[in-house]
Design a protein around this ligand. Sequence first.
Ligand code: PMV
Length: 346
Amino acid sequence: MTVPNNMPCKDNGIIGSAVSSAHPSLALIKYWGKQDGTRNIPATPSLAVTLDGLTTKTRVDINRPVDGRKEPDRVFLEGILQKEDRFAPFFAGFRKLTDTMKPGMGRFIVTAHSSSDFPTAAGLASSASGFAALSCACAAAAGLELSAEELSAMARIGSASASRSIYGGFTRLDAGSHIAEPLYGENWWPDFRIIVLELEKGPKNLSSRQAMERTRLNSPYYQAWIDDSELLMDRSLDALRGRDLDALGPLIRNSYLRMFATMFAADPPIIYWKPISLAIIQLCDTMRSEGFSVWETMDAGPQVKLFCLKNDVKAIRNRLIGELNDLNIRICRPGGPSSVQNRNET
Ligand code: PMV
């Protein structure tokens, strides 16, 4: 990862710096659709697990503007400067917080460098880990002592799934909610495993934001998806409480397939799937018929992730390698919360 780790020397222009990291939040039960279309308030409840094997690291420097000049906040992902508008609502929210909590801080400019050890914008929940890490680093660099709830609300402004990545283990984000909630810590289900299959490295051509909005505005199945979502969530919470993968698995499958059904029905349709995605879905079905409890899910991209238990990992992995070529396979466990590694506040 290419995030500079050395803290700058204190000088008049620097307000503070911090480095933080976070893991993606992979939904078992999906959030898809925003209540009002603009703020990231989910229209459906989601249930997710934070993944230990994938990490985003972000460094934030907060400076006073040189000679009072008006300069934009800048975010570099893997060294590439990102479009301002994607981050503008997040930084507006951050400024609102600093105005309230540190009114003496005055005007400032944020520069962020972020890097992940997995492909970004490709359906591997990089926006979740990205905005969670950015929130922690911004708060630490500004010297704001925020609770996990406050960080979760801040991360949500960037991306709703990021509100879950603030916490480790299993989390929920309810429909209409501003903050995610931790349900069970990362050690609560020691045998639970997530197999992440990296099928495509390139970024997707339609962001989840755009796709969600198109679905909300013109998919005739959207309302049915919303109506169904609370029942699916309640049943999943029961299955998770019992650490019962055989009960949870079919609900995981219902959730992602119903989410995609709304996308396929949008106009124009949204199709993230690739032939290899479908091949893996079908292979999971075959493995289930042979007695494995293995359940696939997908997000806004072609990647497929599988849920299973520790004892089955080896056999499932061998089967995947045996049947499909060139798979990049990562085995993850439930991971820990986002954290700050380094901080320097003037
Ligand atoms: O938070 P966003 O904008 O990255 O959207 C996440 C959407 C899904 O990954 C498809 C589902 C989810 O709950 O994470």
